[in-house]
Design a protein around this ligand. Structure first.
Ligand SMILES: [Cu+2]
Length: 553
């Protein structure tokens, strides 16, 4: 029998010098040299590229469908986390508005084909799907989602723990609905999450496009997400109606089958083709296989017209820089949760864990039978930081131009104007905070401290904009994610941020050879309570690079 990470933690089996983290958790030092961790994993078996087509139900997940309203339940307060803690925020049965849509999702194991050259692997999926079903939220219509934990208590694979919390990344929701990492539910339990689906502060500029939902349980988010617990949560509103036929003010962006979420991940397999993960790699786990929507190097048949691709880095630790194989630029229309003010043309873009970039690709000038590849050219061989740009890089996804189709879609020159930005908000700033993200004792600290649920590191007042400075030492990169926020990047190492970093963001990459110090303008408009901000290199997050902020009236 394989020992799970929790077994190892309970038994105190640790390699190297052990450190005790808050909660009594033993920390095994993963090695200070920035190597690949404590285990040497061989290369994954060979797989033929571009033999699996992305199709509805195979890599293209279905839209989550509402169910009949049901009485809500109080949150479970008795699920014991791997560090011995229990829930911080619990709510009684939720009283929800009459127009709330209800959903029921089961987290369960499923036999999944990453590739026909590998055996079936048992992964964990929302409703047994990898990625999970795609939610579509309409602005102003709340949703209540009951997630039921049907994950096995005794899992033979040993990647992940059947203890879960759901975070809707980029969403504005109350603290008890945010997937706070202690607010878990265990096998046989469920938790109801209420999503108001209002833009923060009621501002049109804060209408969202692409958020995503994933596991966020304390200390085990990395293996749980790696095992499959992630999906898209899309939003529609009066501008972004998700119907290209709608007249203005609707934007008319490509919609329906021409609007596709692509989640990019890297994974590692043993010589027999079974998924592996190193629980003691605290630097950031990297795989040598590249997956799009749960499938290794798939292909997608496209029509000769415009498409909207919502590209998400769902990897634990890998940073990508994406190009098109023919040198064609991307027309970017959104970063993280928000549409940009105006489309931006870029040759490539960097995507750190949890970041999203949306692009419009126009295949109308291609000939039938033409092929185009989405390519990652950023090399990375440890969790410290990406390496050089290489050529030709690794193709992740092949587009095959295979038919004609009508194209009534539009990409307007103005997408989502910012009405309350730095110009309006900077004069109101009275509070500045600084956070230093560093390595310590083989784990990870913010301002010198490991995550502790009882420590509050920032107390921003609602409606009062602040400047936060994020800095990284030691040459490591950290994608920093602040819950409950859309922030503006004011400067990167004192300079104006690059063009794609000027939109609103919820995750920003700091450190490495660039971005050592990033200043953001952040404003919380509603919801009182305790939330987290953290590194989204999930191994760093799980090794405590996380802190609380608590919004104040
Ligand atoms: Cu980090």
């Amino acid at each position: 029998m394989r020992l799970t990470r929790r077994d190892m933690l309970k038994l105190g089996i640790a390699v190297g010098g052990a450190t005790v983290l808050p909660g009594g958790r033993l920390l095994a030092d993963g090695g200070g040299g920035g190597g690949g961790g404590s285990q040497e994993l061989g290369p994954s078996p060979r797989t033929r590229p571009f033999v699996v087509e992305l199709l509805p139900g195979r890599g293209l997940p279905p839209i989550a469908q509402p169910v009949a309203p049901f009485p809500t339940l109080p949150d479970p307060a008795n699920c014991v986390n791997v560090d011995g803690t229990t829930a911080l925020h619990v709510s009684g049965p939720r009283v929800v508005p009459a127009n709330t849509e209800f959903f029921l999702i089961h987290e369960r194991p499923v036999a999944h084909s990453f590739h026909p050259d590998l055996p079936l692997n048992v992964v964990w999926g929302y409703d047994g799907m990898v990625p999970g079903p795609t939610f579509i939220a309409t602005s102003g219509i709340p949703q209540l989602v009951r997630f039921v934990n049907d994950l096995p208590l005794n899992d033979p694979v040993g990647i992940g723990e059947p203890i879960t919390a759901i975070h809707r990344h980029g969403g504005f929701q109350g603290p008890e609905n945010d997937g706070y990492p202690l607010d878990t539910f265990c096998t046989g339990q469920s938790r109801d999450y209420f999503y108001p689906n209002r833009p923060e502060g009621g501002l049109l500029q804060n209408e969202h496009a692409t958020t995503w939902y994933h596991d966020h349980a304390i200390d085990i988010t990395g293996p749980n997400v790696y095992r499959g617990l992630a999906g898209f949560y899309l939003n529609k509103n009066i501008l972004d109606t998700l119907n290209e036929l709608d007249p203005p003010p609707a934007l008319g962006l490509p919609s329906g089958e021409f609007d596709i979420g692509l989640v990019i991940q890297d994974k590692q397999f043993d010589p027999n083709g079974f998924l592996v993960f190193d629980n003691f790699d605290h630097n950031g786990f990297l795989g040598d296989k590249f997956l799009v929507n749960g499938i290794i190097q798939p292909f997608l048949r496209v029509a000769r017209r415009k498409y909207r691709f919502r590209i998400l880095n769902g990897s634990n630790a890998r940073v990508y820089q994406l190009f098109l194989s023919n040198g064609q630029p991307f027309v970017a229309i959104a970063t993280d949760s928000n549409l940009l003010e105006h489309p931006v043309t870029v040759q490539s873009f960097v995507l750190a864990p949890a970041e999203r970039v949306e692009v419009v690709l126009d295949f109308s000038r291609f000939s039938l039978g033409d092929e185009l590849f989405l390519v990652n050219r950023l090399e990375q061989d440890d969790g410290r930081k990406p390496g050089d740009l290489v050529s030709p890089g690794t193709p992740l996804l092949k587009f095959v131009v295979s038919r004609d189709a009508a194209d009534p879609s539009r990409v307007p020159a103005t997408l989502l104007p910012v009405t309350q930005g730095p110009e309006q908000l900077l004069p109101q700033v009275e509070v500045e905070r600084e956070f230093e993200f560093e390595r310590s004792d083989g784990a990870w600290v913010i301002n010198g401290e490991f995550f502790d649920e009882n420590r509050v590191s920032a107390t921003p007042r609602l409606g009062r904009p602040e400047i936060w400075t994020f800095a990284s030492g030691g040459g490591w990169v950290h994608p920093i994610h602040v819950h409950l926020s859309d922030f503006f990047i004011l400067s990167v190492d004192g300079q104006t941020p690059p063009v794609l970093q000027r939109g609103r963001k919820d995750t920003v990459l700091i450190g490495g050879d660039f971005n050592r110090e990033v200043k953001i303008l952040i404003l919380f408009d509603e919801f009182l309570g305790r939330y987290v901000f953290h590194c989204h290199n999930i191994e760093h997050e799980d090794m405590r690079m996380m802190a609380n902020f608590e919004t104040q009236p």
